[in-house]
Design a protein around this ligand. Structure first.
Ligand code: XMP
Length: 319
């Protein structure tokens, strides 16, 4: 793409001019925006960039390894894998209120990011994957919860507090342009086309109290669901898809015995911007096959439901 190629060179030149030989830090979430921002800045200033990937223990199956591995090994970026699972899960212990979960996670995220950033000698810039729509509509995106898509990973207020200047190289771009730029920069297509994932992660897909057991079961069920969607070639038709583990156990039969395990809900929606959404009309065959696979492959789940609520009145997430 000639246009994106030219944009890339121009953006690289601008970043070099702005940053000079100073150091840049970036909170890398593995989402499209922070990934493309990191790749672009890395192209401009190489090892002057350090990314911090905050692992809050609420990520999907193999997610941390995939994101960190891709940026470190494939893209050669300097990435700090902040393994802070114990901290986050400890503070969330016994918490079931959705807004309280978000607040705890948002606060810890900033603390952790700051802790690691403080260890990077001489950092002067903070890179953020802010897009044009975020610039013009800098208020709540998700239409309810107080922590929005952006306010979680775009560490609000932190730059001033830490005396950092902002680098936001995607400020002029729309989402599809960011994807094109990511492609241009050599990010794998599977990465560029990823569904959005909320900052609080699996915490808001585990209604009620979060336990390690539930998270482990949820990760497996979610992975089977996404695998099914990919195998049936439906991933790109769907805006977002995931499993939620319900805070309830139900009775089932398995072989000669009874089981008493968790129920899970599958959620998949189509949407343009996340503000409104329709549930995805899977075939009954797909749903039946997926339910069978989850129950056979995931110990701890014996019942699968499909969420047919659209937004509004529902939200996309369960919390
Ligand atoms: P809802 O559930 O509000 O979600 O219909 C709309 C979009 O926002 C995402 N979402 C969040 N993202 N922090 C985030 O970073 C949050 O607290 C949060 N809550 C919802 C959700 O995944 C969907 O894409």
């Amino acid at each position: 793409d000639w246009t994106m190629g030219a944009y890339r060179e121009e953006a690289v030149a601008r970043i070099r001019e702005k940053v000079g030989d100073a150091k840049v830090i970036c909170a890398l979430s593995g989402g499209v925006d922070s990934s493309v921002a990191a790749a672009l800045i890395h192209e401009a200033v190489g090892d002057q960039l350090t990314c911090v990937f905050v692992d809050h223990g609420l990520l999907r199956l193999n997610e941390a390894e995939e994101v960190v591995g891709m940026f470190r090994d494939h893209m050669n970026l300097h990435v700090i894998h902040a393994e802070e699972q114990e901290l986050f899960l400890g503070e969330l212990d016994g918490v079931s209120d959705p807004e309280t979960k978000r607040k705890i996670i948002g606060r810890l995220f900033i603390d952790v990011f700051q802790k690691y950033a403080d260890g990077i000698e001489g950092a002067q810039f903070l890179a953020q994957g802010t897009l044009y729509p975020d610039v013009i509509e800098s208020v709540s995106f998700s239409g309810g919860p107080s922590v929005t898509i952006k306010s979680h990973h775009n560490v609000g207020g932190l730059p001033e507090k830490m005396g950092l200047k902002l680098v936001e190289p995607l400020r002029e771009l729309f989402k599809d342009e960011v994807r094109a730029l990511g492609h241009e920069l050599g990010l794998p297509a599977s990465f560029i086309g990823r569904h959005p994932f909320p900052g609080p992660g699996l915490a808001i897909r585990c209604p009620g109290e979060i336990t390690r057991d539930k998270l482990e079961i949820l990760r497996k069920a979610d992975a089977v669901f996404i695998d099914q969607i990919r195998k049936h070639g439906l991933y790109d038709e769907i805006w977002q898809a995931f499993a939620a583990i319900l805070p309830v156990r139900t009775v089932g039969v398995m072989g000669d015995g009874r089981t008493y395990d968790y129920a899970c809900a599958l959620r998949a929606v189509t949407s343009v911007d996340g503000m409104t959404a329709d549930f995805y009309p899977f075939s009954h065959d797909f749903l039946g096959e997926t339910a069978t696979r989850i129950i056979n492959e995931v110990k701890g789940i014996n019942r699968v439901t499909y969420d047919v609520t659209s937004k509004p009145p529902g939200t996309i997430e369960w919390e």
